[in-house]
Design a protein around this ligand. Sequence first.
Ligand code: 3PG
Length: 403
Amino acid sequence: LEELISDGVDGRYVLVRSDLNVPLDNGRVADDGRIRASIPTIGKLVEHGAKVIIMAHLGRPKGTPDEKYSLQPAADRLDELAPFAVEFAADVVGDSAHELAASLASGSVLVLQNIRFDPRETSKNDDDRLALARELAGLTGDNGAYVDDAFGAVHRRHASVYDIAEVLPAYQGDLVHTEVEVLKRLTENPEQPYVVVLGGSKVSDKLAVIENLMDRADYLLVGGGMVFTFLAAQGYKVGASLLEADQIENVKGYLSRAKEVGCEFVLPTDIVVADKFAADADVDVVPADAMEDSRFGASGIGLDIGPDSAAAFAEKIGSGKTIFWNGPMGVFEFDAFADGTRTIAQALKDSSGFSVVGGGDSAAAVRKLGFSDSDFGHISTGGGASLEYLEGKKLPGLTVLDQ
Ligand code: 3PG
């Protein structure tokens, strides 16, 4: 970004890809973390007199305009939060985008409608995506530039992330830069002890991350819905809890390989079991190896790690110099099952190590539980993107900038 700014952006069109993919609740932004995180890069360009056009997506519409996925609420929130004014185009590369772009003043910002309303954005066909990229570049006159600041989308080979960088001079935004530096700290010689905390519902989403981080981490703490597959792999009965039976063999393999590579898996020793998946469920706390001894027998559902486990996890986190956490420990959306996640968040906050909260759900969870971004070393804006980076994958939105 510094390089682009020093080349001069005054009066020049700059297309910025931001990640404004935020959760909505009745048409209002429910968590504005990503919007806040996008402001510094846009703000720098505005300060230096650029005409900024923002491309972003919201949700996964089917390549056609759909009011439910309008980017307008996110653009409005950006307008409220940012020190600059924000205009909104009703389409992606149609009349509205062209008219508003043409009259855009230096130091002003225009947000285009949800880029995924155009089917070419996510097309598998290279020519289609390139055609959209060319039309987007057409909004920028003859001296446009492109800045990728959408860390959360760098794992997508999409027109506004990848192909556009082949059409316009391309630069890395400050957010992408910061996120990559943080992820490097987690993968290239992390300071030890290195504690990784994984949760969330499915172990199948985390296989590659587990494999890649096992070689680096000293402790791998597991909670969330995925833990029941670990407990089942140890031969425990898990009642009606979430279980991926087809992953049990994989998990057994991890548990034995961990010993060889010197990584210790830490599993919960107690579980909060409920009679139903509901906010007002009846609950019981039982040992992890005797879940079906709860009052609900084999129909009990594990919905959070128990207090002893949370305390043990917190102690391990406290010993870490580097801590990475992805995925809630329980169904934090219901108060009765939020304690595990809250204890882990508090332990990261109290830690004197470098603590990173990765990804969409975990970031939303800590904010919902009343923590703020400054409580942690870093809260990543990337869900899938951070995980894919930690899996060791090459991410199209980053490699294209290197090229
Ligand atoms: C995310 O929410 O992880 C990013 O915005 C990417 O969204 P996607 O998974 O729909 O591509």
